[in-house]
Design a protein around this ligand. Structure first.
Ligand code: ATP
Ligand code: MG
Length: 427
């Protein structure tokens, strides 16, 4: 019997993985330019890390986490502490690591990024997986609006580096501990009057977390909350000023954005600036990247009151967009070596080795085959050039180099092959 992969978990095969590597390379390059350093955190954490940070009444914590009991728990430990969860997102783990290692004692301002798999038990569909991948960044230790804008510029530069100009930016402010409670009351009054139109899930949690109703994707809830009071109308003076500066900085740096007063994000830890980059080309799973400010999170996880701002983007959705525009497409080997006859094979084997050591991607035919079928294979692999050697050519001291795009063919002296092909690669 065949053993299959788990629903919502997928393999990333050669052919596709090159696009992933390219996306990761561009991310590393742009992160480095903004002075972000990589942090690698565990995939598994204590469940309470997520329930305390993301929030008990969020979709993620209520129903999407992969949680299990660790086997060798000691009887003295409480049940909660023995439960482990596959990380559904990266921010909680990064902040846990920052607090636990007391990184802030050396230097409170830390700019960190991560990449890797996340796990959420959602209904799998296009652009929505149970194991998916995020690239994310967190800037800890700065509460000023300039760093919010810096993060958005970084994202804008990154999407630009991928050649993705279509995703658009929406921003909102969620206020702070000063002004959000009052907004919460205003919203709650509004929602109570429309209770019957809300989905069961929202009805159940409006008293504890009314903002969730604005993030709900049920058509009934979207309709019922159309006229809901907007949080930006309830901001305190400090939050208003912060948000105005973020907008000014974005305008000055030519980053286009739209205000979306309904955007509250699915995680409870956000405050002030929140944002989402979305693409119309992705259907209903339109969010490519999302994030915001989370000033209370470090303290909630046992650290000092240190502010933070960050984002995460979905690599599956990014590569889907790249596939649609067919850029960053994987390329075949730079040279495919076609050989005819055993002597040619004996010559080709060490020659291929030398070329590979020069950094060229080289493949050679593995079996005795006709020239025609070897050429067909080179074509199928997308080789940029084919080097043809036969016993005849060997005797004459040269090989034929065929450019697969221009179909031009030239004879090259055997002694000059390495130099010629490396020069070709560099040009
Ligand atoms: P959505 O509204 O699509 O559910 P989200 O608000 O839950 O997204 P975040 O938690 O902010 O998403 O995660 C940041 C990014 O990670 C998203 O913008 C998206 O690109 C990606 N992402 C989130 N969940 C999934 C998933 N189940 N499968 C694939 N990508 C995902
Ligand atoms: Mg979600």
């Amino acid at each position: 019997m065949k053993v299959t992969a788990i629903k919502g978990f997928s393999d990333i095969f050669p052919g596709e993985v090159e696009t992933w590597q390219w996306v990761e390379e561009q991310a590393r390059r742009v992160f480095a330019a903004y002075n972000f350093a990589e942090i690698r955190i565990p995939v598994l954490e204590k469940t309470e890390l997520f329930s305390r940070s993301i929030g008990e009444t969020t979709d993620i914590v209520e129903k999407e986490m992969y949680t299990f009991e660790d086997r060798d728990r000691r009887s003295t430990e409480t049940t909660e502490a023995t439960k482990l969860t596959l990380r559904p997102e990266g921010t909680a783990g990064v902040v846990r690591a920052y607090v636990e290692s007391e990184m802030y004692k050396v230097e409170p301002v830390r700019k960190l990024y991560y990449m890797g798999p996340m796990f959420r038990r959602e209904r799998p569909q296009k652009g929505r997986m149970r194991q998916f991948h995020q690239i994310g960044a967190e800037a800890l230790g700065r509460g000023d609006p300039f760093i919010d804008a810096e993060i958005l510029l970084l994202l804008s530069d990154f999407l630009g580096a991928l050649g993705l100009t279509e995703p658009s930016l929406q921003i909102n402010s969620l206020g702070c501990a000063e002004c959000r409670p009052q907004y919460r009351e205003t919203l709650l009054t509004f929602l109570r009057q429309r209770r019957e139109s809300l989905c069961d899930n929202c009805q159940r949690r409006i008293e504890r977390n009314p903002l969730r109703a604005l993030d709900c994707k049920e058509p009934g809830c979207i309709h019922a909350t159309k006229e809901a009071p907007a949080i930006i109308d309830s901001l305190c003076a400090v939050c208003r000023e912060h948000f105005a500066t973020v907008q000014r900085l974005l305008s000055e740096t030519q980053v286009r954005f739209a205000l979306n007063p309904r955007m509250v994000r699915g995680l409870d830890y956000y405050c002030r600036t929140t944002f989402e980059w979305t693409s119309d080309q992705l259907g209903s799973q339109s969010a490519v990247a999302a994030g915001g400010r989370y000033d209370g999170l470090v303290e909630a996880l046992g650290g000092p009151p240190i502010p933070g701002v960050g984002f995460a983007m979905g690599v599956e959705r990014l590569t889907m967009l790249l596939r649609m525009k067919d850029s960053g497409a994987p390329r075949g080997p730079s040279v495919y070596v076609v050989w005819i006859g055993e002597k040619a094979r004996e010559w080709a084997f060490p020659a291929v080795h030398r070329l590979r050591r020069e950094g060229l991607t080289v493949e050679m035919e593995g079996e005795t085959r006709s020239m025609k079928s070897q050429m067909r294979r080179a074509d199928k692999l997308g080789a940029q050039a084919v080097l043809i050697v036969g016993d005849d050519e060997l005797q004459k001291g040269h090989a034929l180099l065929r450019d697969m795009a221009s179909k031009q063919q030239e004879a090259i002296a055997l002694a000059e092959i390495v130099a010629k092909l490396t020069a070709r690669k560099a040009s």
